[in-house]
Design a protein around this ligand. Structure first.
Ligand SMILES: *Cc1c(COP(=O)(O)O)cnc(C)c1O
Length: 387
């Protein structure tokens, strides 16, 4: 039986995989110890579980366990990476290069750093959302200490050429940070092969719980140093103090293990269903895809509907389809998505865009229903607008 509404907003957050929840439960009431308690079995059990989770997380991304710092999520990881690097490498320089399509957690952190005297270059992207490598190289200065480029975009799913970028960074002795929140668990991410120095990701975008994430920090070639942004008991090798969220960390570990084992199958399944949805909707009048479709996450389709306004679209299927529109509800006004604007879309077209993002739990039946619902909505809007 089809359950409504159909959830197609998995880039905003995913449901927790039942196997992840099952792994977490004992760590609330039974093995509830503080992983920093060294004097009794409650602490030892918790510490053992965290150690195991650290291995699971490291394994998924080709890192060493001692290169993983647990945080409260990708927002915190992004903050720690950018602010921590700027503080550590201030003697070397004060210039950061990033993209204007980064997540707000990166852009707003950069804005904050600018107020403190850091110089930030926000590179525009090409029409398809990909970085312009020549522009990147041209932006590098003797004072550049960091290149911060997201692995895959949350709105359009476009995957940046991270190994090409890391080779450029390495050539100039610059560190490469990537917000890989949308990539980890969906596509192969290998910090060694990709040449990544620092990388942020989050459990709740990969079937884990909300409120827990990680930061990969390279330990050799080069050894990356970070000034902690939260001081206290010296947890996580001094880089992130605070009592560890043991159940959350166990959940992140399990989520990483599941992704490692299922990623290929999940990607093939979601890509097939995504393509089915996209191809069907593209048959309708005035529909176009946003972002490069070759270098794209397997689970995302961002579509513009030229002949429908965003509100009408969402009203048409909001009750039955949970999706994201190209309008970001900021405090007062309905702002068009800055990511879509960066691709050159007009305000109107950005407003009439919708992001569909699938998960490993999305079924064929749900996709068939979505196609039907979208087709109907567009037909109705057309009838109204013509008469
Ligand atoms: C969701 C997301 C974040 C924020 O992650 P939280 O764990 O919710 O703080 C950062 N970057 C990208 C690309 C995201 O998709």
């Amino acid at each position: 039986m089809l359950k409504l509404p159909v959830y197609l907003d998995n880039n905003a957050t995913t449901p927790v995989d039942p196997a992840v929840l099952e792994a977490m439960i004992p760590f609330f009431t039974q093995h509830f110890g503080n992983a920093a308690s060294k004097n009794h079995i409650f602490g030892w059990e918790a510490d053992e579980a965290v150690t195991y989770a650290r291995e699971q997380v490291a394994h998924l991304i080709g890192a060493e366990p001692n290169e993983i710092i647990f945080t409260s999520g990708a927002t915190e990881s992004n903050n720690l990476a950018l602010k921590g690097i700027v503080e550590t490498y201030a003697v070397k320089g004060n210039h950061i290069i990033t993209l204007n399509t980064e997540h707000k957690a990166v852009l707003d952190t950069c804005k904050h750093l600018e107020k403190q005297g850091v110089e930030v270059t926000y590179l525009p992207v090409q029409e398809d959302g990909l970085i312009d490598i020549k522009a990147l190289e041209a932006a590098i200065k003797p004072t550049t200490i960091l290149i911060a480029v997201m692995y895959a975009n949350n709105e359009i799913g476009v995957i940046q050429p991270i190994s090409t970028i890391s080779a450029i960074a390495k050539k100039h002795g610059i560190l490469l940070f990537t917000d890989a929140t949308q990539a980890v668990g969906k596509i192969l991410v290998d910090v060694v092969k990709d040449g990544i120095d620092i990388m942020a990701f989050s459990a709740h975008k990969m079937y884990g719980p909300k409120g827990v994430g990680a930061l990969y920090v390279r330990r050799k070639n080069p050894r990356v140093k970070l000034v902690a942004q939260i001081d206290g008991g010296g947890h996580e090798r001094g880089m992130r103090s605070g009592t560890l969220n043991v159940p959350g960390i166990v959940g992140l570990g399990k989520a990483c293990e599941l992704c490692r084992l299922q990623m290929a199958d999940d990607a093939a399944r979601t890509a097939r269903l995504r393509n089915k949805l996209e191809q069907a909707i593209l048959q309708l009048e005035g529909v176009t895809v946003n972002g490069n479709t070759l270098y794209r996450l397997p689970n995302v389709s961002n579509l513009s509907f030229q002949y429908a306004d965003g509100e009408g679209l969402l009203m048409g299927f909001n009750k039955n389809l949970a999706v994201s529109s190209g309008s970001a509800c900021s405090s007062a006004s309905l702002e068009p998505s800055y990511v879509l604007k960066a691709l050159g879309l007009s305000n109107d077209l950005a407003h009439s865009s919708v992001r569909f993002s699938l998960s490993r739990f999305t079924t064929e039946e749900e996709i068939d229903f979505a196609i039907q619902q979208i087709t109907l909505t567009l037909q109705e809007l057309k009838i109204w607008s013509h008469g």
